[in-house]
Design a protein around this ligand. Structure first.
Ligand code: XIL
Length: 318
């Protein structure tokens, strides 16, 4: 499709879905999700996170992650895997243990060996480190950074490269979609830091949790993507959604469509942009209303399964 490797949708496991306050017909949801005409790629929104895969030290559980990985396999979708090292949705023990640099190094290494090893050969890409930067582009003060400094980034990518040599290794973050932002500069520094250390990094994932009423232009998205590509990595829009300040009206849906269209327009114009993933596709399953109260309708299908205008808007841009 216009040179992209994939257009996909992330999804959660049914156990999580049913906690959403919408007693819908999930069959309708699954039919769209599994339709190869709609999505050629998927990502588990939660199932591979540390909290679920290693809830206790050394105790691994792949039930949640497998649901989406198996779905990808069964429906012949490309699988993006998400995320090995992240400060959020971390198992509580990681934050309460009194670490030394040595013991935390061992724990990170074991985590990556087990998880990336388990999924070896099945992930087109791994988000190896997620959200390591603060808004000002400096390192976020996570448990990983506090104990190990930037060494944890090198460690994570080095181990992932060893364990799954075929997977593309990504740094993934939000707020790194605009060319002039300090956080974008921070992401570029991070890529260079790894490269200078002789560590493999293959991609930068721009999460792209965007706002309908204030979104980057296509030119901006192109410039940002090219800026990463110049460092020798590929790029992807990994968690695209475009939130609307509720209530929804026609004007806001138009802005939202513009924004979705710009992402497609930018990705098809940049050779290094391999694909776009929406962070689920059905509004009731979006994370946005829970985390950003007063915002919603950020995806492509409304609660009643009608499509947003952005759906056709995007199709026109391919
Ligand atoms: C979100 C999930 O969609 C939610 O279900 C969960 O409660 C919180 O995390 N950046 C990321 C994703 O990298 O993993 C997050 O996903 C959204 C922000």
């Amino acid at each position: 499709k216009a040179g992209l490797l994939y257009f996909g949708a992330a999804t959660d496991t049914p156990g999580f879905r049913e906690r959403a306050p919408y007693p819908q017909s999930y069959a309708q949801y699954d039919a769209i999700l599994e339709d190869p005409e709609e999505f050629g790629q998927t990502t588990p929104t939660n199932g591979q996170k540390w909290l679920f895969v290693e809830p206790q030290p050394g105790l691994f559980n792949f039930t949640e992650g497998d649901y989406v990985a198996n779905l990808a396999n069964r429906t012949e979708k490309i699988l993006r895997c998400h995320a090995l090292v992240w400060h959020s949705q971390l198992a509580p023990w990681v934050e309460t243990t009194q670490w030394t640099p040595e013991t935390l190094t061992e724990a990170i290494e074991r985590h990556i060996r087990e998880v990336a090893g388990y999924y070896k050969g099945r992930c087109y890409a791994w988000d190896v480190v997620n959200e390591a930067l603060d808004e000002d582009g400096t390192y976020r003060k996570s448990v990983f950074y506090n104990v190990l400094g930037e060494e944890y980034l090198k460690l994570a990518f080095r181990v992932a490269a060893e364990v799954d040599p075929e997977a593309k290794l990504y740094y993934n973050d939000y707020g790194i979609e605009r060319p002039a932002s300090v956080k974008t500069a921070g992401a570029k520094r991070l890529v260079k830091m790894l490269q200078d250390a002789g560590v493999r990094i293959d991609g930068v994932g721009m999460q792209a949790h965007l706002h309908a009423d204030n979104h980057p232009s296509e030119e901006d998205l192109i410039a940002t993507s090219k800026g990463y590509a110049e460092l020798g990595v590929e790029v992807a829009f990994t968690e695209l959604d475009v939130r609307i300040k509720l209530p929804v009206d026609e004007q806001k849906l138009k802005w939202q469509s513009d924004c979705y269209e710009k992402v497609v327009g930018a990705c098809v114009r940049v050779k290094a942009c391999v694909g776009i993933t929406v962070w689920d596709f059905y509004d009731p399953f979006s994370w946005v209303p829970d985390v950003f109260p007063g915002n919603g309708a950020s995806l492509l299908w409304f609660e009643n399964f009608e499509k947003h205008p952005a759906y056709d808007g995007m199709v026109r841009k391919f």
